[in-house]
Design a protein around this ligand. Structure first.
Ligand SMILES: [Fe+2]
Length: 176
C-alpha cells in the first residue's frame, strides 16, 4: 500500500486555491485603477437664497402688552409720525421700524421686507400704501403721502422675513 504524504497533498491543494484567487483578481486590476481616478474631494459651495426662500414667516403678530413691551417687540414695532397736510390735502405718514432705542437688523438673512399701512375708508379696510424693502435699510422706514380724510386710525403692517408680520394700530395725529 502506497502511503500518501498528507503534507504534500495539502500544499498542492493550497497552491491550487492561490492560483484561482490570482486569476480572479487579475481581471479587476484596470477597474481598480479607474476607481482611483474618480476619487474626488467634496467642496460645499454656499448658494445664495432667493428673496422668496428667505421670507419664511408670514404669521400676523400683535404686540401683546404695549405697557411692557419686550425687546423682540420693540425691534418690530412701528413708530408712526403724521406730517402736515400738503396742498392737495394729503398727509405724509412716516413709519419707522424699531422703538425705545432698538433697531431691527438689516442683514442678508434677517431684515424687514415690507411696510404697509391700512385704514378703514368708508367702512372698508383699505391699503393706503405698501413698499417692499431690501436688506440694506437700517432703520427700515417708509413715508406714504395719503388722504386721511375721515380716517380715525391707521393700521401698520411690518414684515420681518423671520419673525412674521407685526400689526399695530395708531390714532391719526398721534405720533407714537
Ligand atoms: Fe425680525
Amino acid at each position: 500500500m502506497k502511503i500518501v504524504n498528507i503534507k504534500s497533498l495539502a500544499a498542492l491543494f493550497m497552491g491550487t486555491v492561490s492560483l484561482f484567487a490570482v486569476a480572479s483578481c487579475g481581471g479587476n486590476a484596470e477597474d481598480a485603477k479607474d476607481t482611483a481616478k474618480v476619487d474626488t474631494v467634496k467642496v460645499e459651495v454656499p448658494v445664495k437664497k432667493t428673496r422668496e426662500e428667505l421670507i419664511v414667516n408670514r404669521d400676523t403678530i400683535a404686540i401683546a402688552n404695549p405697557d411692557s413691551i419686550t425687546e423682540l417687540e420693540n425691534k418690530h414695532s412701528a413708530a408712526v409720525t403724521f406730517g402736515e397736510k400738503n396742498a392737495e390735502g394729503k398727509t405724509a405718514v412716516t413709519v419707522k421700524v424699531g422703538e425705545n432705542g432698538l433697531v431691527h437688523p438689516a442683514e442678508e438673512e434677517h431684515f424687514i421686507d415690507f411696510i404697509a399701512i391700512y385704514a378703514k375708508v368708508k367702512g372698508v379696510d383699505t391699503e393706503l400704501g405698501r413698499v417692499e424693502l431690501q436688506n440694506d435699510l437700517k432703520p427700515a422706514e417708509a413715508t406714504f403721502t395719503v388722504d386721511l380724510k375721515g380716517v380715525k386710525e391707521v393700521t401698520t403692517f411690518v414684515g420681518c422675513n423671520i419673525h412674521g408680520i407685526w400689526k399695530e394700530t395708531t390714532k391719526v395725529g398721534k405720533t407714537k
